[in-house]
Design a protein around this ligand. Sequence first.
Ligand code: AMP
Ligand code: ZN
Length: 104
Amino acid sequence: MDCLFCKIARKEIPSDIVHEDEKFLVFKDINPKALFHVLIIPKKHIESIDHVELQDKELMGELILTAQKVAKEKNLQGYKLAINVGRKGGQIIDHLHLHVLADL
Ligand code: AMP
Ligand code: ZN
């Protein structure tokens, strides 16, 4: 798949990895908008929230649990989660990703 985040998931393009498991990769945003800013991507290519299907419902729950796990691991006292959807929603990369932002 010719997609930047798929290439990052396959380690064809380097990233600053914070956490990884079978289904997700968590890496630092290259242009951070907060002191702590990581992106959580499913390794499965899903274009956006608009492309999530019923079969992905467990994966979407696990996406949130991964954010919770990273927040605990990094001892974040509070954080913001954001998903941009579509160009008009600010989505630049067409591979679903959850932004985790925190001011430390
Ligand atoms: P979005 O606007 O929601 O599509 O967010 C895309 C995010 O990906 C932006 O915050 C970018 O800074 C970030 N980004 C783009 N390329 C890379 C990269 N190679 N490694 C890490 N983050 C990236
Ligand atoms: Zn992709």
